[in-house]
Design a protein around this ligand. Structure first.
Ligand code: GL2
Length: 839
């Protein structure tokens, strides 16, 4: 079958094409058409999902010209392109975002309502692609949005997991994981490109041979070969014509059956290969931090990286005579170490397939890659046992040995007789069982290394990657994370967007620094009034949602105190619980105590194998139940755990929060990005000096931020001096009462063993120093309560928070990457005349 482009086909496109028009009437016609001809449904039998699908196809049609024109322009202009390699892209639902970016929300709303439907209901039909765990995957999605909006040539490469992050249900207070079947009714936003499939080798052995020019070469004879099929999704920028591509790879067997085996009667053996190949892109590993030792995870990483690099090389050779200038045309960003095997794979492709000599290949490789580190947790630094790595990728193992050998040769000259240095820097960890250290491979093979918030980058330099920093300080820089205001303000908070735009125009959506203009209105009583009304309405909507979802009635006039993020001990959801139990305990002792009524809202998934995180979820739900059923509390405290926290739910909850909980142990959260989303939507932060909290506080002003807890230095010092949580337990009566209450079985129907592991862990171990930060947190929360009572004052702080969040747009982050790491310029995309321009 011939799948190459056939240039003899000439067919002009008609101007008033139903697939490109942006006016209400054309959209209405197109919607009806797609319902009939794509969904195959008559209107009277169409389900909401059919209508959603018809609308999604209608909108996708309007992206296609922009997308194809973008790709064509890139090819014609032979541009430099950034390629973002990420094992996760947590993009969230596409429909509403595309409507906003195209500027046709109102037209579509009208077109839909003329057909007797509600746009919001159709938007709610979309099954979100949960192809990520949390912050890291969501950051990749925000960056794709900004890359397109800033008109930067870019491709995002990842894995098209058939099953994304699990859906979470709560049964009897416990998390239960349900398979995420996001593809079961089809995905209208993607286009499969089987004609661009590539093959990836696994296992087997290598052999050397002499080529026709007398050069020694290595050949990889694999055990099996897996096919990667790309699925493309257009990512449109905000009110620009640029639509970049997110290309996700699905794995398949090269042959459906191994006929040799089949004929020999080994039916199961023949099917085995197919099953194994398809398994590679089957499921996202649901751990927030790297997974150690799971062979399939390593296969996933190599699979998508090899597919992507082969794809880049093919695109490159389409426009360029050789790969000599590969590094001048592509900048490949490694989103954490998950894709860092790419360093060895590009070397292999250049040397084995394209016959470069080592030095030239290494020059190109080093100048192609850049590496972002996303974690400070030592246990999260990814390393793979040599035994697994070498068995799966025998040729890459040889290449890594060679890279390491040459690298250590240089180190020996710089630091003679320093064996400690050598073993600390080595890509191979030889201290016990041998491992490949992925961060070391990434550092050695990249031209730039960055952290994701100022503190994080400093700690990388001082601690985690210290030896590398000493060796090549010029490679290191900080790129503080950001989030896209298109999704996290415009799409998720239309009421606030309207109120802001009414005052300062709409420029802020693309230039978030312009929010500063809001400071002029902070003294305007009328503005503060409407600000509060808006917040109240949004909270009332969330209250309805909570009632529908979990059957708990909450009062929108109470302080909405929210912590939504992955459940992890270092994020300290249980510190939040200690505060709740403290308030409860105080109210029990003094029923007339004057406290600010609060609704505590939690959301987040625990890794399925993470016992303590799951116990924290159970604790939250148990405390919620007891407090809710205690008439003496009289609604002054409510605790809600909302199941299945995801992007869609995030869009609902950030706008409704009054208080954002960012309470990780200082020095543990690399950056955080939820902290930014809350603050942009006018909630105040209670937080430690950790990750991007520090920069948020710097921007919004110390007086507009509730700070508590130990600093990173204090944490280190306390640990070094032999931290003993029991001292806090014995010296702080209230803390002891709270821990004892939890340990006594009071919240667990008398079962005093249930929360024992959690309580004991705090009293005798407390690795995340909750007890050390407890009093400071409780005092700070008291300040929050008082501040909230003065609503005028609170609104002032909230407005100032929003006004000063300009720095945290992902547009700013992407500009910094472009200028300082990628050296890539924007490229304007001009649509052909017959396409109707954006609104
Ligand atoms: C994380 C960090 O934990 C988080 O602090 C950071 O904001 C994001 C994005 O840089 O990256 N690292 C990581 O492995 N996950 C994160 O969310 N999963």
């Amino acid at each position: 079958m011939d799948t190459s482009p056939d240039t003899s086909f000439v067919c002009p496109i008609i101007i008033e094409d139903d697939r490109t028009g942006l006016d209400t009437e054309t959209i209405r016609r197109a919607l009806r058409d797609n319902l009939l001809y794509i969904q195959g449904k008559l209107p009277e039998l169409a389900s909401k999902n059919d209508l959603y699908m018809a609308l999604a196809y209608t909108i996708r049609d309007r992206l296609l010209q922009r997308w194809l024109t973008t790709q064509q322009t890139y090819l014609k202009k032979d541009v430099r392109t950034v390629c973002y390699l990420s094992a996760e892209f947590l993009v969230g639902p596409h429909l509403a975002n595309n409507l906003i970016n195209l500027g046709i929300y109102e037209q579509v709303q009208k077109a839909v309502s003329e057909s007797g439907l509600k746009l919001e209901e159709l938007i709610a039909q979309e099954e979100e692609p949960g192809l990520g765990n949390g912050g890291l995957g969501r950051l990749a999605a925000c960056y794709l949005d900004s890359l397109s909006t800033l008109e930067i040539p870019a491709i995002g490469y990842g894995i098209r997991y058939e099953f994304g992050i699990f859906d979470q249900e709560i049964h009897d207070g416990w998390q239960v994981e349900i398979t995420d079947k996001w593809l079961q009714y089809g995905n209208p936003w993607e286009i499969a490109r089987p004609e661009s499939s590539v093959e990836v080798k696994f296992g087997g052995y290598t052999e050397s041979y002499t080529d026709e020019n007398g050069n020694y070469r290595s050949r990889w004879i694999p055990d099996y070969v897996v096919k990667g099929i790309p699925y493309d999704t257009p990512i449109l920028g905000y009110r620009v014509n640029t639509a970049n591509t997110m290309r996700l790879w699905k794995s398949e067997a090269c042959e459906s059956f191994d006929f040799g085996r089949f004929n020999r009667g080994d039916y199961y053996g023949a099917v085995d290969n197919k099953v194994h190949s398809e398994n590679i892109s089957k499921v996202l590993y649901p751990n927030d931090e790297p997974i150690q030792g799971k062979e399939l995870r390593l296969e996933q990483q190599y699979f998508f990286v090899s597919c992507s690099l082969q794809d880049l090389i093919r695109i490159h050779l389409y426009e360029n005579p050789s790969l000599d200038n590969f590094h001048q045309k592509w900048s490949v960003q490694l989103n954490d170490t998950h894709p860092s095997v790419g360093v060895a794979e590009l070397m292999r492709l250049l040397i084995d397939v394209h016959h470069f000599d080592w030095d030239k290949a290494w020059f190109i490789t080093q100048n192609t890659f850049a590496y972002t580190n996303h974690t400070l947790l030592p246990e999260a630094l990814e390393k793979w046992p040599l035994s697994i790595f070498g068995r799966l990728f025998p040729r890459l193992m040889e290449i890594i040995y060679e890279i390491n050998y040459r690298f250590l040769d240089k180190i020996r000259i710089i630091y003679p007789h320093d064996d400690g240095k050598m073993s600390r820097l080595s890509i191979i960890d030889e201290s016990g069982e041998k491992y490949v250290r992925m961060a070391h491979l990434a550092c050695v093979g990249s031209q730039a290394i960055n952290g994701v918030a100022a503190l994080h980058t400093e700690l990388l330099k001082k601690d985690v990657l210290r030896d590398f920093y000493e060796l090549f300080p010029e490679k290191f820089s900080n790129k503080t994370n950001g989030v896209t205001p298109r999704r996290w303000m415009v799409s998720s908070n239309p009421r606030l967007t309207f109120a802001i735009t009414e005052k300062i125009g709409e420029n802020w959506i693309k230039h978030l620094e312009d929010l500063r203009g809001l400071e002029n209105y902070v003294d305007d009583g009328g503005f503060r009034d409407s600000w509060r009304r808006i917040k109240y309405d949004i909270k009332a909507d969330l209250a309805n949602y909570i009632d529908k979802k979990v059957g708990i009635k909450v009062d929108p006039s109470t302080l909405f105190d929210v912590q939504v993020k992955r459940i992890h001990e270092y994020k300290r959801q249980h510190l939040n619980v200690l505060h709740i139990v403290t308030l409860y305990h105080r109210l029990k002792n003094n029923p007339n105590l004057d406290i600010t009524p609060r609704t505590f809202i939690f959301g987040g998934k625990a890794a399925p194998g993470y016992f303590m995180a799951k116990l924290i979820i159970k604790l939250i739900n148990s405390v919620a139940e007891v407090i809710d059923n205690d008439p003496t509390i009289g609604g002054r405290l409510k605790v809600v755990f909302l199941p299945d926290y995801n992007v869609t739910f995030g869009q609902r909850v950030y706008p409704a929060a009054d208080l954002s909980e960012q309470i990780s142990t200082a020095g543990k959260e690399a950056s955080g990005t939820g902290n930014m989303k809350f603050s942009m939507n006018g909630s105040l932060t209670i937080g430690t000096l950790d990750g991007a909290n520090i920069e948020i506080r710097e921007e919004v002003g110390a007086e507009n931020f509730f700070l508590f807890g130990l600093t990173t230095e204090e944490v280190y010092a306390k640990k070094a001096a032999g931290y003993n949580p029991q001292e806090y337990y014995y010296h702080n009566e209230e803390l002891r009462a709270v821990l004892d209450l939890i340990g006594s079985g009071f919240f667990s129907r008398g079962d005093s063993s249930l929360f024992r592991p959690l309580v004991d862990n705090l009293i005798y171990n407390d690795p995340y120093m909750l007890l050390a930060d407890y009093q400071s947190y409780i005092d700070c929360q008291e300040g929050v309560g008082w501040a909230y009572k003065d609503q005028e004052h609170w609104s002032r702080l909230a407005i100032l928070n929003v006004a000063r969040m300009g720095k945290f747009s992902s547009d700013r982050s992407i500009r910094e990457y472009c200028e300082e790491i990628w050296r890539i310029q924007p490229v304007k995309i001009e649509l052909p005349d017959y396409i109707q321009a954006n609104a």
